[in-house]
Design a protein around this ligand. Sequence first.
Ligand SMILES: [Fe+2]
Length: 230
Amino acid sequence: MSTAQTPPSSAFEAAAHETLVSTLRNTHAQEKQAIAVLESQLKLLTDYPDLHARVTAHIVETREQARRLEAGLEACGDSASMVKDTLSSVMGLGQSSVQGLSDDAVLKAVAGDMMTEHLEIATYRTLLTLADMAGKPELRPRLEETLHEEEEMAAWFDQNLDAITRRFVEIKTSELQAHAARRSEIATAEEESTAEPKADMAPDTPPAPPVPKEPRRPDAPAAGAARRDG
Ligand SMILES: [Fe+2]
């Protein structure tokens, strides 16, 4: 619903207002896209509890950021209900909704998220300047609140990137070790199976023990003794 608007006092202010509205609209679409991207990442992050928790919290923040933008559009006389969430091609550069389960999907997701946060910081700083130039200072508190959240998110990534990367390598190490252990087990099983006798061969039997010679009785004549004595 449009609200009563003070007409722009100059052509410059009118141009700034038009730019402000279009940028608010694009940013709203970007935030909606960011929510979809972050939600799609959560399933990748189950082995990264801190990252999972921080991304989950930022999804909640981003939903509120989208609502602030809708309120900003209404304050500019633009009907928020008419906002069309056309996907931003800029956003698509760094992120698709699903990165896919590539080997380093988590690292790619984090790098993409960091890029997105810095894009958002630049966007909200631009919106603040546009709000001033368009004679809409009342938009500042909402935009500043969101800018602060984006800066906090970017700073968190910055502070945790090394730990996330280390965690990634630790998980990969465990996976490689488990893989090597499985291969070793398979190789051992194969060796054992090839060492077994074939079905058409007699099974190995232990050699029969030597038959002991019967000891000569003391009263028995030695061999040949009878002939010598007779
Ligand atoms: Fe963000």
